[in-house]
Design a protein. Structure first.
Length: 143
């Protein structure tokens, strides 16, 4: 009576082939996943920036006083001030890991909500290959 021997496990060659296929799949997936994370960070920073700008405009409208917004590119911060007093501050660089770039370093919303010094202000938020731009018109519209 012959006994057949059943093989348990895999050979070294089969294991290496599986590892090579897995490495190729990871090489394709990881950069796409990183880009998706960067886009998500930039998008959430843009939402945060828009909310800060809307809050500054609303504060100007509700208080019937000018509200200033200072943009610090180097630190990645946005500060909202009324009558020299800081109302709000957001550090977009540390919160979202983005780099801030703007065409101007400040703008103000007047008592009527119109933008002063905001003649089509562009604020660019960037993280690696992902970028998004927030615009403020001279009418105070934020998009």
């Amino acid at each position: 009576m012959r006994e057949s021997r059943h093989r348990l496990g895999a050979t070294l060659f089969e294991t290496l082939v599986v590892l090579a296929v897995a490495a190729m799949a990871l090489a394709i997936a990881v950069p796409r996943f990183q880009l998706a994370l960067d886009r998500l960070s930039v998008r959430s920073a843009a939402v945060d920036l828009r909310a800060t700008l809307h809050s500054a405009r609303w504060s100007a409208l509700s208080s019937q006083a000018a509200v200033a917004v200072h943009l610090d590119d180097a630190a990645g911060t946005v500060k909202v001030l009324r009558s020299g007093r800081q109302l709000l501050s957001r550090n977009l660089a540390s919160a979202h890991g983005v780099v801030l770039g703007a065409t101007r370093d400040s703008l103000a919303f007047g008592p009527m909500g119109l933008g002063r010094g905001a003649a089509n202000l562009s604020i660019i938020l960037r993280r690696r290959a992902a970028a998004e731009t927030v615009f403020v018109s001279r009418l105070g519209r934020i998009r």
